[in-house]
Design a protein around this ligand. Structure first.
Ligand code: CDP
Ligand code: CDP
Length: 239
């Protein structure tokens, strides 16, 4: 069984959480959704009516906030949740999945000192290895030495449609055009921000899964993980 840290990055709806969760299950690894931490903090800021322009209050809020990711219950899993998310001890697994929270998270994620607090948490959570962590900066900033890095991509229209279907299943009345606009705007902000922008690490394998399902993508990742593990074993043997 490979013993790796696997970093998965990519834009919204590229399949990061579904693929990461399945890969983690297949390998018996821990799965960590870093985006859930940005979403949870954004939810708290919205509840407290803190403006997303007030950087120093948001940094202070980040420092005083405790976010915990746990494996989902079978019921949560059936509802599509991949991690169970606790914000200061309160469960917010479903509450963080609205498009308002996604938008607020991506604005909050442009603030460098807020990222520093969350990145430190993510590094602590994944320090034990045998982990699949996904987000925007995992291979570039959080775990730059991860043994396997993947960058997932898919056509924006396909990513928006995937997200739209999720909203529709939850009974949310958003049009496909609205979701496409939201996804494009969030991608633009994530790619153009000054701190830790969404970018493929030089040593990340690019997987375009526009025409692939979750299982196919996960099987490809498992194959790459096994290859990487073999390479590392050979290096150890000769080194
Ligand atoms: O985490 P990220 O935003 O990158 O994507 P996701 O939440 O894993 O996937 C968004 C939606 O697309 C989910 O409903 C997945 O089931 C679906 N999906 C898909 O249909 N085919 C894929 N290859 C990947 C994801
Ligand atoms: O699931 P989806 O891909 O739509 O988004 P997410 O992974 O839940 O992340 C929500 C927002 O948090 C993203 O749009 C990013 O702005 C931010 N984020 C980040 O900046 N760095 C990460 N490692 C993860 C998320």
């Amino acid at each position: 069984m490979p013993n790796l840290t696997i970093a998965i990055d990519g834009p919204a709806g590229s399949g990061k959480s579904s693929v990461a969760r399945l890969v983690a299950q297949m390998l018996g690894y821990l799965y960590l959704d870093s985006g859930a931490m940005y979403r949870a903090l954004a939810l708290k800021a919205l509840h407290k009516d803190i403006s997303l322009e007030e950087e120093s209050r948001l940094v202070d809020l980040a420092r005083k906030t405790h976010i915990e990711l746990r494996p989902p219950s079978p019921e949560q899993e059936r509802a599509g949740a991949k991690n169970s998310v606790f914000l200061d001890g309160l469960e917010v697994t479903l509450a963080i999945r609205t498009s308002d929270v996604a938008e607020a998270a991506s604005r909050l994620a442009t603030i460098g000192p807020v990222r520093e607090v969350l990145v430190a948490e993510q590094q602590r959570a994944g320090a034990g290895g045998r982990v699949v962590m996904e987000g925007r900066d995992i291979g570039t900033v959080v775990f730059p030495d991860a043994e396997l890095k993947l960058f997932l991509e898919a056509a924006p229209e396909v990513r928006a449609e995937r997200r739209w279907k999720e909203h529709r299943e939850k009974g949310e009345q958003l049009t496909l055009a609205e979701v496409l606009e939201e996804v494009r705007e969030r991608d633009r902000r994530d790619r153009e921000r000054k701190v830790s922008p969404l970018v493929r690490a030089q040593d990340a394998v690019l997987i375009d899964n526009t025409a692939m399902n979750i299982e196919e993508t996960a099987r490809l990742v498992i194959m790459l993980a096994q290859q990487r593990d073999d390479e590392l074993a050979k290096l150890k043997g000769t080194g």
